[in-house]
Design a protein around this ligand. Sequence first.
Ligand code: CMP
Length: 141
Amino acid sequence: MPNLTRTLALIKPDAFERRLTGKIVDAALDAGLTIVAMKSVNLNRAQAEAFYAVHRERPFFDSLVAFMTSGTIVAMVLEGGTAVPAWRDAMGATDPADAAPGTIRRRFAESIERNCCHGSDSDANAAIEIGCFFSGEELLR
Ligand code: CMP
């Protein structure tokens, strides 16, 4: 059995409210990733601030937190041989204007903030981010 890695994927409020969840889940499956865990969540302000703490000093931080608490999101743990880059490739660049054709953000995103989805940027951050949404018990396989 090959070594499997995991990443945290979020479907953001802009995509959830436009009923794009199924299409984004399909994109993850089409990328060869397996869903280990999945739930819908409404973040409160403290949770969103903690999740995006690394961006606290950025000019877009308050707006990002307001957006991420504005509606329901879907959190998923995705698994694959190289889950972090596989999901990032499926999402495309942060700014949809720079995202490659066929990627989720190029297909669906409205702006750099309302960009449909999130993915961890390293295996170490994936472990931290997964812990923000899922207990160890929810991740047993
Ligand atoms: P995400 O992958 O969730 O990580 C941080 C988020 O901040 C990013 O996606 C965007 O939604 C948002 N973001 C990054 N850069 C900017 C920016 N320049 N202006 C507004 N939002 C941004």
